[in-house]
Design a protein around this ligand. Structure first.
Ligand code: NAD
Ligand code: MN
Length: 364
């Protein structure tokens, strides 16, 4: 029996509610199989840790999680600490420290969920957004001078490297190739950003030649927002820079019904380091501490975590449980217009996993 070592990092706000729910689902799953188990280690990094120690995580924190098989993350963001400190001090430290350069965000309209698009059938919206996760607009290069004076100046410099663009393009083409439609849309803004984005386009064309069976097109980022809304079925796999994909994926999540359902994986495709899985939402200050957070984004992230570990069958079983639960409107949380609690949704998903496993266990 394999034992997967999982680091859980709830972080702040509703992260503290949805990550334990995700671990509970993994534990329920482990009870149904003899082929694997999980060993969890929890890390109390985040805003509370910052108040005690002046940093979001310890300086040698990456060493404590380097040997894990995967990381389940909640959210970084505290009402009393500036967002750039919480984000850079924890989440980006892990993403960049472990060179998790591919951020993968699947979007579908799950059963029972009413998306906001009137003319969009559920089967019209089945996307995976690949976000460049290591450089671009969020490379952290820049500075401020003459603070508070009329001369004050500030820069955030977007940096794209040939190596960085080649590897994310290759990842995106490969992912597109693995999906039934073999269709990739490369998001760009090379009309206005005339240096790095032109290189981005050129490298897309170069890499495309390695994938002759993948159909691909290019779309300007602003036009792509309209296309997502007016012609969702023309999209399948999408690749974009850090900032562009950050924005497009929140739009995608909203079009699929709620920010509370959307998952993401921060992947090191070369598997030199553990990859990190998290719901795309943040700390949700308005509902934190009340037990009202939708845990589905975390559960779907758990599905991605299992797929990354190669437990494809187990991943399918968790996804089936999630879909059975979203199909039942009495189990919808507030963000979906319902009144269910985090605990009720979690219990329902765990019960489904256990129930669905019974025939298999009897047969064995
Ligand atoms: P948010 O995602 O926290 O909340 C936006 C809205 O969506 C809120 O009304 C919230 O209640 C709702 N919502 C989000 N997730 C939900 C869920 N699971 N169930 C039900 N409702 C949900 O975004 P924000 O308000 O822009 O940011 C709040 C804080 O979180 C900020 O400090 C921000 O920096 C941080 N943040 C962190 C991450 C991350 O760590 N990956 C991502 C986004 C925001
Ligand atoms: Mn975002």
């Amino acid at each position: 029996m394999k034992t997967y070592r999982i680091a859980t990092i709830p972080g702040d706000g509703i992260g503290k509610e949805v990550v334990p729910a995700g671990a509970q689902v993994l534990e329920a799953l482990a009870k149904t199989t003899k082929s694997f188990a999980f060993e969890f280690e929890n890390f109390d990094w985040g805003g509370d840790y910052y108040r005690k120690h002046g940093v979001m995580m310890p300086a040698d924190g990456l060493d404590a999680i380097r040997d894990k098989d995967a990381i389940l993350f909640g959210s970084a963001g505290d009402p009393d600490i500036p967002d750039h400190i919480t984000l850079w001090g924890l989440r980006l430290k892990i993403c960049q420290g472990f060179d998790q350069y591919a951020n993968v965000r699947p979007t579908r309209i799950l059963p029972g969920i009413d998306g906001p698009l009137k003319r969009c059938k559920p089967e019209d919206l089945n996307w995976v957004i690949v976000r460049e996760n290591s450089e671009g607009e969020y490379s952290g290069v820049g500075g401020r001078v003459h603070q508070g004076h009329p001369l004050e100046a500030a820069t955030d410099v977007s940096i794209l490297t040939r190596a960085g663009v080649e590897r994310i393009m290759r990842f995106a083409f490969r992912l597109a190739q693995s999906r039934p439609r073999k269709l990739l849309t490369v998001i760009t803004k090379s009309n206005a950003q005339r240096h790095a984005m032109v290189m981005w386009d050129e490298i897309a064309l170069e890499v495309s030649k390695e994938f002759p069976d993948v159909k691909w097109d290019k779309e300007l980022v602003d036009a792509s927002t309209a296309r997502m809304i007016n012609r969702p079925a023309t999209l399948d796999t999408i690749v974009a820079t850090n900032l562009h994909a950050d924005i497009l994926s929140d739009l995608a999540a909203a079009l699929a019904g709620s920010l509370g359902i959307a998952p993401t994986g921060n992947i090191d495709p070369e598997r030199r380091f553990p990859s990190m899985f998290e719901p795309i939402h943040g700390s949700a200050f308005d509902i934190m501490g009340k037990g009202l957070a939708n845990p589905v984004g975390t559960f779907w992230s758990v599905v991605m975590l299992l797929e990354h570990l190669g437990e494809v069958d187990a991943a399918k079983r968790v996804m089936q449980a999630v879909e059975a639960v979203t199909a039942d409107k009495s189990l919808h949380t507030g963000d979906l217009g319902g009144t269910a609690t985090t605990a009720q949704v979690t219990a329902a998903v765990c019960a489904f996993i256990e129930r669905a496993a019974v025939p298999a266990a009897n047969a064995a």
